[in-house]
Design a protein around this ligand. Structure first.
Ligand code: SF4
Length: 337
């Protein structure tokens, strides 16, 4: 199986302002809740998030706008993408968090919002001035006749309120149904259909297969979107592009802001350092080593991987290298010295 086909199309044939910042890795991803009124069979949410009322700023579980602002500052975010679940599930929360971002970073902090709902005029008015760009996610069975649905009204209200308005949907087989609607929106983003833990049974029951061994992309998604993706307002966002470009750029940005002097930042934006398990508050450091290149904890000392390699023959206790996402992010690999 060819694992590169989904990148045959230009990955950013029509980038919205929100996508441009996302491409640079400069957007905070604010997951406002895992609750949602809909139950899309292809929903890509993980078990930890699906149908759970949890808030994440990037990969950090948070519970207040203040914590969100701290995460945004640690990556020098230039904008935020608000997602879920359904962000309109808790409209007051949406306004509170978006308002906190604009208050802290100013009106130029670009905020885009996804919604699977068709908000009424009052709801759209309530977010005007806070949200710069809105991306509607109508159900696939409505795509062909979108003009006759409440989504058409919401799109009109959003335009009247001065928002940049797009549609963002996965690459399902009937994606071409949206061709006739393009004149009503500023952009159409098509996300490559992705296999996840939660939707795996649904994927299998529909006969879908993975495109390759290392990618979550589903075979056939790219082919479905090939025709419409060549149109001027359409942006094809491949699964590979999200992993290889967007995530990597965001991690690099966070790492540049948060890495300690002894953390090595990799090409992918992960960090690598050494861990020596010991009574970190009392253990004497081996002679001749720079005290700035260590950090002490109750149960360990952390240091540069190359320093640990050098002293490993002279210390007692378990020692290993860790590779992880920056800013206390997920651990990718633990390797014994
Ligand atoms: S609207 Fe989005 S979050 Fe809600 S079920 Fe569908 S894919 Fe999942």
């Amino acid at each position: 199986m060819d694992d590169n086909t989904s990148e045959d199309l230009p990955p950013h044939s029509r980038l919205s302002a929100g996508c441009t910042l996302c491409y640079e890795g400069a957007k905070l991803v604010l997951f406002l809740t895992g609750l949602c009124h809909r139950d899309c069979w292809y929903c890509p949410l993980s078990q930890e998030r699906k149908n759970r009322d949890v808030i994440y700023a990037n990969e950090h579980l948070i519970s207040s706008p203040g914590e969100m602002i701290q995460v945004a500052k640690r990556m020098s975010a230039l904008g935020t993408g608000i997602t879920g679940g359904e962000p309109f599930y808790f409209p007051e929360r949406l306004i509170e968090y978006a308002g906190a971002l604009k208050k802290e970073f100013g009106p130029e902090h670009h905020i885009h919002l996804y919604t699977g709902m068709a908000p009424d005029e009052g709801m759209i008015r309530s977010i005007a001035g806070l949200i710069d760009e809105i991306r509607f996610h109508p159900p696939a069975e409505l795509w062909l006749n979108l003009k006759e649905t409440p989504f058409h009204d919401s799109i009109k209200y959003a335009k009247m309120a001065g928002l940049d308005v797009g549609i963002e949907v996965p690459s399902l087989p009937n994606i071409d149904d949206l061709t006739g609607y393009l004149e009503n929106i500023d952009f159409l983003n098509i996300n490559e259909l992705e296999w996840g833990d939660f939707n795996a049974d649904e994927m299998r029951s529909r006969g879908y297969l993975l495109r390759g061994d290392v990618s979550n992309a589903v075979l056939g998604g790219f082919e479905s979107a090939r025709k419409i993706s060549s149109l001027p307002k359409v942006h094809w966002c491949s699964s590979d592009f999200k992993d290889r470009v967007q995530l990597r750029m965001r991690l690099r940005r966070i790492a540049a802001n948060t890495a300690r002097e002894f953390d090595e930042i990799t090409e992918d934006g992960t960090i690598i350092y050494g861990v020596w398990e010991c009574d970190g508050m009392k253990e004497a450091l081996p002679e001749g080593l720079d005290a700035n290149l260590f950090e002490r904890f109750d149960d360990r000392i952390e240091t540069g991987w190359w320093i640990l390699e050098e002293i490993s023959g002279r210390i007692k206790g378990t020692a290993y290298y860790i590779e992880r996402y920056p800013d206390d992010g997920i651990i990718i690999e633990v390797t014994p010295v």
